[in-house]
Ligand binder design. Sequence first.
Ligand code: BYC
Length: 324
Amino acid sequence: MDAINTDAPRDDDALEKAFQTKVDAETRIEPKDWMPEKYRHTLIRQMSQHAHSEVVGMLPEGNWLTRAPSLKRKAVLMAKIQDEGGHGLYLYSATETLGISRDEMFDQLHTGKAKYSSIFNYPTLSWADIGAIGWLVDGAAITNQIALCRCSYGPYARAMIKICKEESFHQRQGYEIMLTMAQGTPEQKAMAQDALDRWWWPSLMMFGPNDSNSPQSAQSMKWKIKRQSNDELRQKFVDATVPQAEYLGLRIPDDNLKWNEERGHYDFGEIDWVEFKNVVSGNGLCNRERLKDRVDAHEGGKWVRDAALAYAEKQKQRSAAAAA
Ligand code: BYC
């Protein structure tokens, strides 16, 4: 019997080395390329979480469609919400290239197995919240997503380019609502301040746990799925947003926020990580309501999916009959 040479690299080791060399050389990984199982799983986790966030993110804004203060505001908000639905669809399609079906992803969301961004578990109590979401939530999303345009996985990186362009319009529409309110009556300015007070900290939580507490970061950075760490991106967002709040004449609700000359960045206070954990584990203010609305919408749309399938089947039979 031949002796087994345990020093010889196993095929997987050689493939994994070649894979990492490709990633290091900034060559994009495409769906049919070999990839480590864990890379595939990490992408499915992050991309499906991202897709779910876009779709669940339509709900808090949808709450204001019937109450937008003018026809123009309603039309703009409607367009933004439709964009978010489109982002969800690009991202579900990009995730399907990794070998998971859309039905499986929906099932993971609807059964609470898959996460979506913590931010969408907070309520939208006033019209100013729509401004704050565009300004802060879309602003935080772009900060994170610009880095994702250079993700090593081709379909994700390409989807992010179009998404970022649209998010940039969303951020501006939100800021413009805040500017209008901040320059309006004292009551309107107070509404804008109240929205900033409630959305500031949850927006900072969107970037995820501190780097020292982020179990996925090291491997995702090595694989160039993530290009910048959670804390680096959070700092970038704070640095960009503080002058915008100053221009609005609004106060960011953080007594520890101050410019640090030495670091060339703003210092800011500690995030309430207990609140973050509660929201991520399903116990935020709106988790149950959001999931229920999502499941109801999916079930309510079943007749549309059935009709589309029946129509496709009819077309198939007609072309088969014509070809016979
Ligand atoms: N919320 O090791 P970490 C939008 C989870 S929507 C919930 O740092 P990672 C919009 C994390 O998944 C844009 N969960 O993880 C739509 C991980 O979970 P598991 C949403 C969070 O993946 C409508 C665990 O905590 N954007 O723009 O390296 C209207 C440990 O964290 C959160 C995206 O989804 C959170 N905030 O980094 C308006 C961006 N943070 O599975 C706007 C894509 C962390 O290990 N995602 N977790 O148990 C990412 O870039 C990364 O996944 C994260 C986290 C930066 C979020």
